[in-house]
Design a binder for this molecule. Structure first.
Ligand code: SF4
Length: 316
């Protein structure tokens, strides 16, 4: 049965697979690793159109990442979000001196590289016979084996059960494509799926995995103060984990006595909360100790969060 499923998977992949994606036409482990990290929280289309090629142009090798300042890496990551990925990439590059280890076992020792990413790099760059388990593959396995529980251990077992160790490259690439083109999260296209004959969950695909109870996102109300001194603006570099390393304007819990001119309002949705902020322009020094003054054109060279870009639009 599994062999039959593999055969129809490869027939489908030969005709419909996305063979020309740039990270599929290379064996360079750095380029594959970069694509895996960028694709963790971002769609193929976005990575392809706006981020992958420019990043490689700026940092052609992992050694270039290792030798660069983290601010330069964050600048190239700007707009892609989930900046921990960029910080981990930079730390991993430095930790391995710009040369990635050649086995999944050693890749796992680097920051930000989990089991699925380690397997993907090893399978695609070195043809190690290892299955991947990214979000798309998880969804297929949940449905294929009719697994309701979101249990990582059980899913890894399922990943090995369906895996084709003779063709790790083709199998993993084909599974990724099925996940993003056919076994869609909201509307699976079972009639077009090569697993249609053997999938246990196809009569009720949306039941696998069991739907999550939706959490209501909290709203954070803040006041943002743009401190201006002639042609310069005060910005600080974030040190806390969230958006760490990015520059921004000063944010406060709602202020009672606001001095300054109201500039506008911004809303920014993050994965775990929504920011609602009124923006004011003040003049003179900031009450905060750690900040630097920048001209408007200098700010363009800093890496900023999306919310701070919206503030810049108000200023402009
Ligand atoms: S048959 Fe349907 S539910 Fe099963 S893997 Fe294919 S698309 Fe997903």
């Amino acid at each position: 049965m599994i062999k039959k499923a593999h055969r129809s998977l490869y027939q489908w992949y030969t005709i419909h697979g996305r063979h020309d994606l740039p990270w599929r036409t290379t064996r360079d482990p750095y380029k594959i690793y970069l694509s895996e990290i960028m694709l963790q929280q971002t769609q193929v289309k976005t990575v392809l159109q706006r981020f992958y090629a420019p990043f490689l142009e700026r940092f052609p090798t992992l050694a270039d990442v290792a030798q660069s300042d983290i601010d330069d890496v964050l600048k190239m990551w700007e707009g892609l979000g989930y900046y921990t990925r960029a910080r981990n990439l930079h730390s991993a590059a430095q930790q391995c001196d710009g040369i990635l280890p050649k086995s999944a076992f050693d890749l796992l020792k680097l920051p930000g590289i989990g089991r699925s990413t380690a397997h993907a790099v090893s399978a695609f760059a070195y043809k190690e016979p290892l299955p991947i388990l990214d979000a798309n593959v998880k969804r297929i396995l949940h449905r294929y084996f009719a697994i309701e529980e979101r249990d990582e251990k059980q899913l890894w077992k399922a990943a090995y059960d369906l895996f084709d160790s003779d063709h790790p490259f083709e199998y993993n690439q084909a599974m990724m494509d099925i996940g993003s083109l056919v076994c869609l999260s909201k509307k699976p296209l079972c009639e077009l799926c090569p697993f249609e004959m053997s999938c246990k969950g196809k009569s009720s695909p949306l039941s696998y995995p069991m739907p999550k109870i939706k959490k209501i996102k909290s709203i954070r109300h803040r006041t943002i103060i743009v401190n201006r001194n002639n042609d310069k603006f005060a910005l600080f570099q974030r040190k806390e984990r969230f958006l760490s390393g990015l520059w921004g304007f000063f944010q406060y819990e709602i202020l009672e006595n606001r001095n300054g001119v109201f500039l506008g309002h911004i809303t920014q949705h993050y994965s775990h909360f929504t920011l609602q902020a009124d923006v004011y322009v003040g003049d003179g020094d900031s009450a905060d100790e750690e900040f630097e003054w920048f001209t408007r054109s200098e700010i363009d060279n800093l890496s900023l969060s999306r919310a701070d870009h919206k503030v810049l639009q108000l200023i402009d």
